[in-house]
Each structure stands twice: as structure tokens, then as C-alpha cells.
Design a binder for this molecule. Structure first.
Ligand code: ADP
Ligand code: MG
Ligand code: MG
Length: 485
């Protein structure tokens, strides 16, 4: 099947679309808070695209088909304790500010006593479609606080609505796309399903009879993306009869109680917590108060299943992703068949250390910077260094500190025309997109046994092609959905 062009619409038709998609989105809760200072009562439409963006169907299907292998891989990485902890220990020397501090939290938790070996990961594997290669390449694998699973289905529904009521067609009342070309993610329901796998495990193992437990969602104060999180909370209640309570990370210590005489059960205002779900604790700025580190360590030593545990969070380091691009390393974790299925989604990623590869990378960073992105061990967008900025940046650091970074080949995403609707304004620009696939795995960190492994849905985020980064909350991008061709 050939690819349809974007529909060519008149000014009047566009005005109608903007009004209708805004009202649909506000009705559906496709909303965010504007940048601070904001009122808790005045959210606005989240930044979205007006049209769904073309994406090759085969590549989309592939990204879904390999998600369980990625889940299995990252579960195996955590249970390969010696391998992972050696890397993290090294990394914590070079990246003292964040990896180092999380690593120290882990060491502290270890010496206090970790009583729960089973942990849960809600993850998102991100890809771009490389138009030169004609295939998807992985940008990164996120193991903590993955977002937009709650909003993605709503953009899919909004685009489907516009299509069904005939607003995309030049002839009114006709659908421009067929419905199987506009898939709707089920990640809002499914992320709740992923969380519930942890709740169910805990309830069956530690609770008797009709006793119930809650999920404790640990969030950032003044979270702009609260509605994305709420969608998961509401689905957890309506589909899985499980209450989810929100607590700001800085308030954790004052609102919890731990029964140290009985397995370290965790209670939040008297309610037993089966799963601690972090939508926070992934950036250094959150840890400016000493209480935050203490909260992270304290929760780690409770019986509740952590989503994620410190080790699972740290397994998502960019450094681990770089090491996994070696087939020898991968062979520790996956059989050849599975390696073959995921291997061509890897980009070339180099360390910046004293190894042969590292030496080559140090040369490349200066001779061909335009082909690379330099990444520190950080999450949440806005931290990378691109192209010609790389040599300038590296020169500001002593060479010994370069090891805290990885050098990754740039992917060449396909440029599409689309309209971005943001703050009531329309941006008519070329965009590039990043596909995220949500997954979950519940596993025993010691034995590596995977108790539950699921694919939970998709997300398409787009940004103007002139900008390097695509964080929606960070203000760089918008939520989109796919038109499969
Ligand atoms: P973070 O954990 O902060 O989200 P990412 O690795 O996802 O870090 O990088 C942030 C953004 O930078 C991505 O969303 C993407 O837009 C861009 N980016 C990252 N790696 C590449 C790459 N190899 N090629 C092109 N763009 C990239
Ligand atoms: Mg990330
Ligand atoms: Mg990212």
C-alpha cells in the first residue's frame, strides 16, 4: 500500500478541526498544566499534532513484537548481579551527582536489609524510524517513571474522532483514513494492568482473605503531567479494584509507617502498600533535600514491590545500553534467536574510556561530531549534547570525566509535515517522531525468574525537525499518534 499524503484542507476546514480537536481533547482529559506558576484548577490541552503522522506498519509491528525480548533482557541484566554492580560502581565514580548518589542509596539499603527480591518495571523502549536504513533504531530503554501512556490513547481517539466525523477529508463527512490505519494505544488501561501484576503478587503472597492493599504513587510536587498519571490511577480502580494514593516525594517520610517487627510491611496512612510506583526520583534536582535520599532508601527496605527498585532503575543507564550493543555481552543474557530479533534495532554506541573502542570514539567525537550525540547518565530530556557542540563540551572537562558519557550515532528520522497545536497556536512545520513501546515485567531480581511479561501499548511523540530534543513536558515536543502505511 502506498502512503497517503496529508489531506489538503482549506483555512475554514482547519479552523473547524482546531476547535473540534480542542473540545474533544478537553472532554477526554487530554490535558496538562501549563508551565509554572499554574493553578491546580486550570489545565490546558496538551500539545498535540492535528494529523496522525505516517509510520511504516511493518516497523510498528516489529517494535511491538520485540518488546517482550527487551523486557526479558533488562530483567536478566539486573539478576546478573556481579556484572551490573561492577558497572554501576565504576559509573558512580565518574557520575557522582546522580548515578553515584543512587548507587549509595542502594548500598545503604543493602546494609539496612533488602527484604523484597521481586520487583516490577513499567518501561518504555523508544525508537526512531531511520529513513536512510529503512528500519527502526532504539533511542533508549527507560526503566523509571515512563510517561505519556495515559495521554497517548486520548490522542489516538482524538485523531480517530476527526477521521470518523469526516474532518480530514476534502469532501466533508468522508473518512480519509481507514480505521485500521489509526491504531489506538491501550496503554492507559494496560499500565494499570502492569501495576496490578505487582499488587496481585503481593496480595496472594502476604495478605490473607479479603484484605486489600494499595499502590503508592510517589510523584514530584507541582507535577504538570498529573493527568497522564491520573489516567493510570483511575484505570487501576475501575478495572482492578485497587486504590492508588499519590504522595509527593518530599512528603514520603512524614506519611508512611513501617512495621519493622513484621517483614517491614509498608503503610500509608494506615493502608498497606503492595506496590511503590515512582513517577519521580529520576533527576538530580529532586534530590536536593537530604530527606529525598532518605525516602528512596527507606522505601527500598520495605516489603512492598518497588516499581522500579534502585537496581532496576539503574539498569536503564545509558552506559548499560552502550555495553549491551556488544554481541558478546548480549550472549550472557539472551539466546541467539532472541539476539537476532533485536540486534538490528541497535545503533552504534561508543564508550569514552581507555579501551580500543573508547580511543576510537574520542577521535570520532572531534573528527566527525556532526554524526553523533553525547549522552550523560540522565533521564527526562534536555541533557544531551549534539553534533558540533560535542568537542566544545568535551574540552571543558578533564578527560577522566569523559567516561561518564556515551557517544551515540545519530539516527536519521524521516521528516514529515504536520501541524502542532500548542497553547492555542498552530505551528506549521516539519516534524520528526519517536515511537515508544510500553512494557512491564515482574521478576525476581535474585534468580532472574520473570513472573509476568507484557507489552502495554504505544506512544508517538513528535518535535519540530529543527530541535534536537523531543521532551513534551520539557516543552520541546508534542503527543502524536500513528498513521500506519
Ligand atoms: P532522555 O533519557 O533524557 O529522554 P534520550 O536518550 O531519549 O534521553 O535523548 C533525548 C532525545 O534526544 C530523544 O528523545 C531524541 O529526540 C534525541 N536523541 C537521542 N538519541 C538520539 C539519536 N541517536 N539520534 C537522534 N536523536 C536522538
Ligand atoms: Mg530516558
Ligand atoms: Mg528519552
Amino acid at each position: 500500500m502506498g502512503q497517503k499524503d496529508f489531506p489538503d484542507l482549506s483555512k475554514e476546514q482547519l479552523e473547524k478541526i482546531v476547535l473540534d480537536v480542542t473540545q474533544f481533547g478537553l472532554s477526554a482529559g487530554l490535558v496538562m498544566y501549563p508551565p509554572a506558576p499554574f493553578s491546580n484548577y486550570a489545565p490546558t490541552l496538551a500539545p498535540i499534532t492535528i494529523f496522525p503522522t505516517p509510520f511504516p506498519r511493518k516497523q510498528f509491528e516489529k517494535s511491538l513484537a520485540i518488546e517482550k525480548i527487551y523486557n526479558e533482557l533488562y530483567a536478566a541484566v539486573v539478576s546478573e548481579y556481579k556484572w551490573l554492580t561492577c558497572i554501576l560502581k565504576d559509573l558512580s565514580v565518574h557520575d557522582k551527582d546522580f548515578t553515584g548518589k543512587l548507587w549509595n542509596c542502594y548500598l545503604q539499603a543493602l546494609s539496612n536489609g533488602i527484604v523484597q527480591d521481586v520487583s516490577l518495571a513499567l518501561v518504555r523502549s523508544d525508537y526512531m524510524y531511520d529513513e536512510l536504513l529503512g528500519e527502526i533504531k532504539q533511542v533508549e530503554f527507560n526503566t523509571v517513571s515512563v510517561s505519556f501512556g495515559g495521554l497517548s490513547p486520548k490522542v489516538g481517539r482524538a485523531h480517530n474522532y476527526l477521521n470518523q466525523v469526516g474532518l480530514y477529508g476534502q469532501v466533508s463527512n468522508e473518512s480519509y483514513y481507514s480505521s485500521n490505519e489509526l491504531p489506538i494505544s491501550e496503554s492507559d488501561e494496560n499500565l494499570a494492568k502492569g501495576l496490578y501484576s505487582g499488587v496481585k503478587y503481593y496480595n496472594e503472597k502476604y495478605l490473607s482473605g479479603e484484605n486489600k492493599s494499595i499502590v503508592l504513587m510517589v510523584v514530584q510536587p507541582n507535577e504538570r503531567n498529573a493527568f497522564d498519571q491520573r489516567a493510570i490511577e483511575y484505570n487501576l480502580l475501575s478495572k482492578y479494584n485497587t486504590v492508588c494514593k499519590r504522595v509527593d516525594l518530599p512528603d514520603v517520610l512524614s506519611s508512611i509507617e513501617i512495621k519493622y517487627d513484621d517483614k517491614n510491611r509498608l503503610f500509608y496512612h494506615g493502608l498497606e502498600v503492595s506496590v511503590v510506583y515512582y513517577r519521580s526520583a529520576y533527576g538530580p534536582s529532586e534530590f536536593e533535600m537530604p530527606d529525598t535520599w532518605k525516602s528512596r532508601t527507606t522505601l527500598e527496605c520495605t516489603l512492598a514491590v518497588k516499581c522500579p527498585s534502585l537496581l532496576t532503575q539503574l539498569s536503564g543507564s545509558k552506559k548499560v545500553q552502550q555495553l549491551l550493543t556488544s554481541k558478546t555481552v548480549l550472549a550472557q543474557f539472551l539466546n541467539n534467536e532472541k539476539i537476532a530479533e533485536i540486534y538490528d534495532t541497535f545503533c552504534k554506541i561508543y564508550p569514552l574510556d581507555d579501551s580500543e573502542e573508547g580511543k576510537l570514539a574520542k577521535e570520532l567525537a572531534f573528527s566527525r561530531p556532526q554524526d553523533f550525540v553525547l549522552k550523560p547518565q540522565r533521564e527526562g530530556g534536555g541533557n544531551n549534547i549534539y553534533k558540533e557542540d560535542i568537542p566544545v563540551f568535551l574540552k571543558t572537562l578533564p578527560e577522566a570525566e569523559w567516561e561518564a558519557y556515551i557517544l551515540m550515532e545519530l539516527i536519521h528520522p524521516k521528516n514529515h509535515k504536520n501541524l502542532i497545536l500548542r497553547n492555542g497556536e498552530i505551528l506549521n512545520d516539519g516534524i520528526v517522531s519517536e515511537l515508544g513501546i510500553f512494557g512491564s515485567y515482574l521478576f525476581d531480581e535474585k534468580s532472574g525468574k520473570v513472573l509476568d511479561n507484557q507489552v502495554l501499548g504505544h506512544l508517538l511523540r513528535s518535535k519540530t525537525s529543527s530541535s534536537n530534543e523531543g521532551g513534551v513536558a520539557a516543552g520541546y515536543g508534542c503527543v502524536d499518534n500513528l498513521y500506519l502505511y
